[in-house]
Design a protein around this ligand. Structure first.
Ligand SMILES: [Zn+2]
Length: 362
């Protein structure tokens, strides 16, 4: 049964990132005197490509809004993006969703690459995009005409960053992968399931992919060279295995922020007191995000599967709420831990206010 639930959810979510069952909390009650629906929330990283009948009520129950994040990706199956789906979904539920556009490095050698990319972004910002995503194809997948992997600090991308600065639009940067991608697969790792399902991103098996250090260092160089560009490091800035490493970058780069999507398992694998101290110190720089989403239309799903998808989404939001707000023992992606018991003032910022300020939602 457990396997069936896992498979049902995995096939119903966006497969390029990695939302899935986070696992179960041993206690479902919320230890602090606040109902989960009282606190306003923004999930800054979701991929609800298609609408669901249950979603408006579920988001209302959680007092949640979401940022629909497009992924413009190049993988072994070709170039794909989902902007039109997200635009339609956001236009149908404008109070529920905001939009994040995306760019890709394919064609970077063409003389009008930057101009065309800026035209695309300009149009999508006019349609409501409040942020632009760069994905791990920068650094790990896409090569230029000379056969070199395009790193995110490539000077040919600079006109795009200058344009985004002029528009005051931030970048959501999923650059590199968790460090474990460059290591032999460990069944105890919170990322075991993802790399089993997406072996093409398990860099350990592809020595030609640049090292973790090379990609992170290009990312850092890009952030440093663009102090007026706000950069939100997706997935804890691909440094989720160690909050000290994240803290070091946040200290160094005032224009850098991070969000938690699909990395609660990594946080849970670290000492709760240390994670709490990190979130306390950087309470203005960390955003709640999950990577939850779907990849097939509701019309293609059986009723029972739809119900299960809804139940899992609700269960997962509750588990993360219990981790952040509570102090009970719980398990996230196989990592046993206890809740962080963050005070209400910090929860308000991480769940909501930081994203409102960053995306100028009000
Ligand atoms: Zn994602």
């Amino acid at each position: 049964m457990k396997n069936t639930i896992f498979v049902l959810f995995v096939i119903s979510v966006f497969f390029g990132c990695k939302p899935k069952a986070e696992s179960q909390s041993s206690h479902s009650e919320t230890p602090i005197a606040m109902d989960e629906g009282t606190l306003k929330k923004i999930d800054i990283h979701v991929h609800f490509k298609y609408s669901r009948e249950y979603l408006p009520a579920l988001f209302k129950k959680w007092n949640m809004q979401g940022v629909l994040v497009d992924v413009y990706r190049e993988d072994p199956n070709g170039i794909v993006r989902s902007w039109d789906n997200y635009l339609t979904h956001a236009q149908t539920y404008p109070k529920m969703f905001s939009l994040c556009s995306a760019i890709i490095g394919v064609g970077i050698d063409e003389p009008d690459y930057a101009k065309k990319t800026i035209e695309q972004l300009s149009q999508e910002i006019d349609s409501g995009a409040r942020m632009v995503k760069v994905w791990k194809n920068f650094g790990m997948v896409t090569k230029d005409a000379s056969g070199k992997y395009i790193q995110i600090d490539d000077p040919r991308l600079q006109p795009i960053w200058d344009f985004l600065k002029s528009k005051q639009i931030p970048v959501l940067a999923h650059i590199a992968e968790p460090l474990q991608a460059w290591r032999k697969l460990d069944p105890k790792s919170p990322h075991y399931g993802y790399y089993m399902g997406h072996p093409q991103y398990h860099a350990y098996n592809f020595p030609e992919i640049p090292s973790y250090e090379t990609i992170i260092s290009a990312r850092d160089n890009w952030i440093q060279k663009n102090p007026n560009l706000k950069i939100l490091g997706a997935h804890m800035g691909s440094m989720s295995h160690n909050v000290d490493m994240v803290a070091e970058r946040l200290d160094k780069f005032p224009n850098m922020y991070v969000e938690t999507a699909a990395r609660f398992g990594d946080l849970a694998s670290q000492d709760s007191d240390e994670v709490k101290a990190f979130l306390t110190k950087y309470q203005d720089r960390v955003f709640f995000g999950t990577d939850y989403g779907n990849s097939i239309p509701q019309s293609s799903i059986e009723n029972a599967q739809l119900k299960e998808e809804q139940r899992l989404l609700d269960t997962n939001y509750r588990l993360l709420w219990n981790y952040l707000s509570g102090t009970d023992s719980l398990e996230i992606r196989g990592q046993k831990t206890r809740g962080l018991g963050l005070p209400i003032d910090i929860l308000k910022k991480v769940y909501y206010q930081n994203a409102v300020n960053f995306l100028k939602l009000k």
